[in-house]
Structure formats: structure tokens, C-alpha cells
Design a protein around this ligand. Structure first.
Ligand SMILES: Cc1ncc(COP(=O)(O)O)c(C=O)c1O
Length: 398
């Protein structure tokens, strides 16, 4: 019998990842088991994806039901699940129109193309500048790495798409200095996730909204990581009270089944007329049926209130551990997207903490080299949270 070992990964897989030594084989709720039967508490939820935990019963049921009904029909046909999910997204958000895709990067690619196209339609080809923020992350297609503010992801692939400008995050003076009539879009993560769980200031987002209005540019919120309940709000823009023109959502929308959505207004959506943009799999009935159930569960005010209560407990427990161990200089975030910045002594060592945590039976994430990121399932119980953090405590340097 073939042994599917971690070594086999190094032999036959493209080495663009360096996964952990253990191979998870099963998950339920906030727990995961590896090939040897060892159990882990999962504070990663697949990088803020499995918001309802692993294999949640209500999603498994939808998967079975839709799986026996219709999986895929292509964009030559619409489907009932797609219309159902789109109706729910329209009902719960600012959006009047929805387009589905399969990943966060694809939703952002669509958003950026739409913004450029809208500018061409309404103002002419000269209005093509895109403003993005240093350290931001918007995905790995060539357009989205070019717009993302991290050179390590965009360099070494030849000439990049042009007219993309990066300014410091949370710096109102810096954005004011670059805004002009040629800007067609500003794209921002309400909380910069991958680069350290850094929340935008309210005044900064308000300034972006005002500047986009003044210069007739579109404001795009990348809510791929912050969306679908992660911050204790259905979307983070609702907490800030600043409404974008385009919003992208992915990750938790399918609880692990690939689906993403781009939300926008009627007027802006008109620039994507038939044939202008598309995707074979985007909005397939199986993904949409799952997304529809995910939204039903997470959009409930009581569910979101519980996320906020769990967040308070998580932060308090982390602070308590920190009082004893003094490893973090700051604990920040919103809802269950939590970043803990290591004290200087441990800068550059975040990945070592992850490795040690896995050995103690708890899965955590990094957000850059100096920050540990905790993004558990939104459904994690208080007991699992406390047990997971106790394991984490045990993994810390003595
Ligand atoms: C804010 C943000 N945008 C976009 C992406 C890319 O999403 P995907 O990996 O699904 O393409 C991510 C993924 O981490 C993200 O955090």
C-alpha cells in the first residue's frame, strides 16, 4: 500500500509550500486528528476559512443534498442556489449586485478589473490609477500581487501591470498626497490580515471614503479575511460604518468549499456587461448552496453576539498568559481575528512558536515574522478555547 508521507510531498509536489511535519486526516468542530491519531485544537480554521468548524453537520447535510441534485451547470445557466445566496448577500449588505468566483484573489481580480472598466466607461482611459497600501495582501494572481503592498510576492515575474501606487496604511496625509482625478480605485483591507492583524483607524477609512467621493474613485474593501462574521460583524465595514463601492468576500463564505463573491452597486455593476469578465466554476450550485447555509447561520445576530463574547474571553486569556510569560508587546484584532505581536527578543521567530504549538497539540498561525495570529472557528466552545490556550502556554519558551 502506498504510504502518503510528508516526505512524499517533498518528492512529488511543487515546493511552493513547506507544510508542517504532521498530516491532518480528520476534523470535527475545532479539533483535528493526524495520521498517527494525535489530536489538535485548531486555532487556524484553515486560515480563517472553517468559520463553522470542520465538517459541521448542517453544512455536510447541504453538501449531500445538493451533491445529489446539481453540482455545476456553467455560466450559460443560472441556478437556484446562486440566486438564493445572491439574494441573501443583497439583503444583508449595501450591495445591489453580486458576482461569484472561486477564491479571494479572483474576487479581487474582478473588483480591480471592474473599477478600471467603470472608469473607462464613465471618465475615459486616463483615469486608471489604483491606490493600495504598503504591506497589504490581496491574493496571488499577477494583478493582485502587484496591487498588494509586499514586494516579496510580486517581484521576479517580469513586468508588472502599471499605474499602481502604494502608500502607508493608516496615514491620511500620505493618501491625500497621491489622490488626484486619475485615481480610479482605492483598495484596502479593513484589518490588514496577513501582514500582522493591523486594524484600520476609523478616521482613516472615513478619509478614504471622502477622498474617493471627491475624486470619483471607487472604494474597494477587501473583506476576504475579515468577512462573514470573523470580526463579530457580518462584514467589518458594518462595524466602521464606512460603506465601500465594491466589497470582496471569500474564505469563510464556503466554510472550506471554494467560493468567493464580489458585491457592488447597480450602477457600477453595469460596466460588467455580458462577456466582459467571467469564470467557469464561479457561482456553481454546489458552492452556492453551501454559502447560502453559511450566511443563514452566521448572519444571525445571536451568532455574531456569541463571536464577540468568545473574542472577549480569548483576548482575556491571552492577556493572562502574557502577564505570566511576557512574550507579547501587543494583543490586537477584532472578533476572532486576533494578532499577538511578539516582544522584540522574539522578532523574526513567529514560525518557531507555530512549530512548538503544533507539537503541544494546538494549531496557530503567523501574520508576518513577528506576530502570532489566532483565527479559531467562530463556533469554538469556551472549554476548547481554554484547553487550546493551555496547550499553547505549555509550548512557550521557558
Ligand atoms: C485580505 C485577503 N485578500 C485576498 C486573499 C487571497 O485569497 P485566496 O487565497 O482565496 O485567493 C487573502 C488570503 O489570505 C486575504 O487575506
Amino acid at each position: 500500500m502506498t504510504q502518503y508521507t510528508r516526505e512524499l510531498f517533498d518528492e512529488i509536489m511543487v515546493q511552493n509550500y513547506a507544510p508542517a511535519p504532521m498530516i491532518p486526516v480528520r476534523g470535527k468542530g475545532s479539533r483535528v486528528w493526524d495520521q498517527a491519531g494525535k489530536e489538535y485544537i485548531d486555532f487556524t480554521s484553515g486560515i480563517a476559512v472553517n468559520a463553522l468548524g470542520h465538517c459541521p453537520d448542517e453544512i455536510v447535510e447541504v453538501l449531500h443534498k445538493q451533491g445529489e441534485t446539481l453540482w455545476h451547470s456553467s455560466n450559460w445557466f443560472t441556478s437556484e442556489p446562486a440566486l438564493e445566496l445572491a439574494s441573501k448577500l443583497v439583503k444583508h449588505t449595501f450591495a445591489e449586485r453580486v458576482m461569484f468566483a472561486n477564491s479571494g484573489a479572483e474576487a479581487n481580480e474582478a473588483a480591480l478589473k471592474l473599477a478600471r472598466r467603470y472608469a473607462v466607461d464613465h471618465f475615459g482611459v486616463e483615469k486608471n490609477k489604483i491606490i493600495a497600501f504598503e504591506q497589504s495582501f490581496h491574493g496571488r494572481t499577477f494583478f493582485t500581487v502587484s496591487v498588494g503592498g509586499q514586494a516579496k510576492y510580486s517581484e521576479g515575474f517580469g513586468p508588472k501591470p502599471g499605474e499602481i501606487f502604494h502608500v502607508p496604511f493608516n496615514d491620511i496625509a500620505a493618501i491625500k498626497a497621491v489622490m488626484d482625478e486619475q485615481v480610479c480605485a482605492v483598495i484596502v483591507e479593513p484589518i490588514q490580515g496577513e501582514s500582522g492583524v493591523k486594524p484600520a483607524n476609523l478616521a482613516f477609512l472615513q478619509a478614504l471614503r471622502a477622498l474617493c467621493d471627491e475624486y470619483q474613485a471607487l472604494l474597494i474593501f477587501d473583506e476576504v479575511q475579515t468577512g462573514v462574521g470573523r470580526t463579530g460583524h457580518l462584514y467589518a465595514y458594518m462595524k466602521y460604518g464606512v460603506t465601500p463601492d465594491i466589497l470582496t468576500s471569500a474564505k469563510a463564505l464556503g466554510n472550506g468549499f471554494p467560493i468567493s463573491a464580489m458585491l457592488t452597486t447597480d450602477k457600477i455593476a453595469k460596466s460588467f456587461s455580458p462577456g466582459v469578465h467571467g469564470t467557469t466554476f464561479g457561482g456553481n450550485p454546489l458552492a452556492c448552496a453551501i454559502g447560502s447555509k453559511v450566511i443563514d447561520v452566521i448572519a444571525e445576530p445571536e451568532f455574531l453576539a456569541k463571536v464577540n463574547r468568545t473574542s472577549t474571553l480569548f483576548m482575556a486569556e491571552l492577556q493572562r498568559i502574557n502577564q505570566e510569560r511576557k512574550i507579547f508587546q501587543q494583543i490586537r484584532g477584532e472578533g476572532l481575528l486576533i494578532g499577538a505581536e511578539l516582544v522584540e527578543e522574539y522578532h523574526g521567530k513567529a514560525a518557531d512558536f507555530v512549530k512548538n504549538a503544533v507539537e503541544q497539540g494546538v494549531m496557530i498561525l503567523v501574520a508576518g515574522p513577528n506576530v502570532l495570529r489566532f483565527a479559531p472557528a467562530l463556533t469554538i466552545s469556551d472549554e476548547e478555547l481554554i484547553e487550546g490556550l493551555a496547550r499553547f502556554n505549555l509550548s512557550l519558551p521557558r
